[in-house]
Ligand binder design. Structure first.
Ligand SMILES: O=C(O)CCC(=O)C(=O)O
Ligand SMILES: [Fe+2]
Length: 360
């Protein structure tokens, strides 16, 4: 899969992760089976981590199978999402995302402009953050300690009059968090770090989940707008460590390789898509790739997807892992907390649709 591996600097020892940096290009997104994620066999976990490392260094995207989330729960969650999006616009706008300090609630069509060169994204969404599941017999809600999320502090907002919406969405949220908690030790192993490296950085899961609805895009409008300035979601990278995405069968998600080619992340039944975000790019000084992606819904039907963006606790400073930095590849980023980073990116994404402050 990889090509063009950069040659290591001879004076640095092999253990430096920085030497594993590549400028590889890719044509396919690997599928990784998580069946051995909790295996007692260290060799089996290591093999799995090696597959993940390869995907993280070369692609920044992979599918996971054997993730343990039931099709039944996924279906119920998508059903309540469809019911929510079918509400009248003014009802949905009561929970306008701009009314909260922490970007929770409803985003109208064109409310986001993920690619700053774009004309607003052709999707609507509903955003929520961590909250314990309502039916705590079903999921582990141990991370219920009082939280201070700094820059991202604030509660979720919920629509009223939609029976089962909050319960189902939170149940699904907690299940995806469990998948994320399974992945962090594997990412640590992939980085040659102790498996518990991220434990003290992920004590109060800082994860935003979005229900997304993309109306069909008139294919000709995209053809006559070859710059793709108005598409489902403009080209962007995600802001957290990694994203766990469920997508329906419409297709339309595309991932850019280093040659600039858009590779389709075709829906594969039974899998979820995992992609790395900017926090991992920052931890690893870009050895793990936060890959550009976008969505164009040319299916002719409504498209639904549910990404969950899993970052470190909002008060954790995004500092480079020492083995990812060498004299030849010094650290590239300004150091800030995860919360400051996520909030600054959300502010930029929503700036164009923010209400203009009235003059005094
Ligand atoms: O809808 C999708 O498939 C991708 C969504 C996405 O990239 C995002 O919300 O960051
Ligand atoms: Fe994304």
């Amino acid at each position: 899969m990889a090509s063009n591996t950069l040659s290591p600097s001879p004076e640095l020892p092999e253990l430096f992760l920085a030497l594993k940096r590549t400028e590889s290009t890719f044509e396919e997104i690997p599928v990784i089976d998580l069946a051995n994620a909790c295996s007692k066999d260290t060799v089996a976990r290591r093999k799995l981590a090696d597959l993940i490392r390869d995907a993280c260094i070369n692609v920044g995207f992979f599918y996971i199978k054997s993730h343990g989330i039931s099709e039944d729960l996924i279906e119920k969650t998508v059903d309540v999402a469809k019911t929510y999006f079918a509400l009248p616009e003014e009802t949905k706008m009561e929970l306008d995302i701009h009314k909260t300090p922490n970007f929770k609630g409803y985003t109208a069509l064109f409310g986001e402009n993920t690619d700053s060169n774009g004309l607003g994204d052709l999707h609507e969404g509903f955003d929520l953050g961590w909250e314990p599941a309502i039916d705590s017999t079903q999921v582990d809600t141990s991370a219920e300690a009082p939280r201070n999320d700094g820059a991202m502090s604030g509660e979720n907002v919920w629509p009223t009059g939609l029976p089962g919406f909050k319960e189902t969405v939170l149940d699904y949220y907690q299940r995806v968090l469990q998948v994320g908690q399974l992945l962090f030790p594997l990412f640590a192993l992939a980085l040659d770090l102790p498996e518990n490296y991220f434990d003290d950085k992920t004590t109060k899961p800082a994860a935003i989940m979005r229900l997304l609805h993309y109306p069909p895009q008139n294919p000709t409008s995209f053809e006559t707008d070859p710059d793709g300035r108005q598409i489902g979601i403009g080209a962007h990278t995600d802001y957290e460590c990694f994203t766990i995405l469920w997508q329906d069968r419409s297709g339309g998600l595309q991932v850019q390789n280093t040659a600039g080619k858009w590779v389709d992340a075709v829906p594969i039944p039974g899998t979820l898509v995992v992609n790395l975000g900017d926090q991992f790019a920052r931890w690893t000084n870009d050895i793990f790739k936060s890959t550009l992606h976008r969505v164009i819904n040319r299916s002719g039907t409504e498209r639904y997807s549910i990404p969950l963006f899993f970052g470190t606790d909002y008060d954790v400073r995004l500092e480079p892992i020492p083995t990812c930095v060498t004299p030849g590849s010094p650290y590239k980023y300004e150091i800030m907390t995860a919360g400051e980073y996520v909030k600054s990116r959300l502010e930029a994404t929503y700036a164009h649709s923010a209400p203009v402050a009235s003059a005094a």
